[in-house]
Write a protein that binds this ligand. Sequence first.
Ligand code: KG4
Length: 340
Amino acid sequence: MKPYILAIESSCDDTSAAVLHGRLLLSNIIASQKVHEQYGGVVPELASRAHQQNIIPVVHQALKASGIKKEQLNAVAFTRGPGLMGSLLVGTSFAKAFSQALSIPLIDVNHLQAHIMANFIDEPESENLHPSFPFLCLLVSGGNSQIVLVHSPRDMEIIGQTIDDAAGEAFDKCAKVMGLSYPGGPLIDRMAQQGNPLSYPLAKPHIPDLNYSFSGLKTSFLYLLRDCLKEDPDFISKNQIDLCASLQHTVVDILMDKFKKAVQRYPNVHDIAIAGGVSANSGLRNAFQSFAEEKGLRSFIPRLSFTMDNAAMIGVAASYKWEEKDFCDLSLPPFARVEI
Ligand code: KG4
C-alpha cells in the first residue's frame, strides 16, 4: 500500500509542509521568513517564533492543496536535524502531536539525506527520472558542502566535506560585505549573469583529498574590496556585476574541481547529482551539466523549488523509511548537529 504522508520541515528559516502519496508529490507549501533580511542572517529566536506562527496555516494549506483529508493520512514525517534547535522543536512537537491525535506512525528524517532525496520526488505528468544507486552527489547549502557517495536511500557516505565555511556561507558573507541583503547567494547569481567572471582573480584553497575550504576565498574577497575602496569609495557599486561574476566563478570552480576528482575515484559510478540551496546557482548547474555531458554521465538536478529547504524532500525520504516500517516514538528528541 502506498501511504499518504504529511511531511513537516522547520530546520532553519523556512516553514514547510507537504503531502505525498508514496513518492508522488500532491502539495508542497513553503513559508519563507522575511524577518531575517534586515539582520543580515538568520536570528534563531525570531526563526522559532515565526515557525510557531506559520506552522498551522502552512499545514492547513498543504492539506487543502493536496485534496487529502487528515483522516486519510497514514504517517507524519518531520525533520529531526541538523538545524537550529528552537526551529526543529516547533516542527518536531507539531508532528508528534499530529501523529498522536490521528493515531498514525511518526517518521523522523535527516535533513541532509532529505536534500539528496529531493532528486527522487515524483510529480504528476513528469518524466520522473531518478539516479540509480550508487551515485555521487554534491550537497551544497548554507551550512554544508559535501561530496556524498549515495549507496541507498538510507546509506550515504561522506567522502569529502568543508573544513570551515560552506559554499552558501561564502556567498552570503561576501554579499554582506558588498552591502547586499540576506541571503546573498541568489542576488550574486542574478548579477553574476551580466558580469565578467575573469575580472578579479580570487584565492583558491589547496586542501588535501576531497575536502573543501571557503574561508580563504572570503578573506581574499574582503582584502580585494578593502584595497580597491581605498582608491575609489564607489568601487563596489561601479563593479558589482564583475565582482559577483568573479566570486561565483571561483566558488563553482572550487566545488567542481573536487567533484571531478571524486568522479575519477569512482569509475563504476555513472550517475551524478547535486542538491541543497546552492544547487540553485545557475553557474553551478551549467558547469555540472557540461561536465556530465563531457564525461557521458547521467546528471540529476532538482527542480529549483526543491533545492531550498522544503517538506517535499522530507516526505520522499520518509516514504523509503515507511517501506521498512522504520517509525520513531514520541520520546525521540531533535538533534541540532547530526551527520548524514
Ligand atoms: O539548503 P538551504 O536552503 O538551507 C540550508 O539548509 O542551509 O541553502 C541556503 C543557502 C544560502 O546560503 C543561499 O544564499 C544559498 O543557499 N543559495 C544560493 C542560491 N540560492 C540559494 N547560492 C548561490 N546561488 C543561488 N542561486
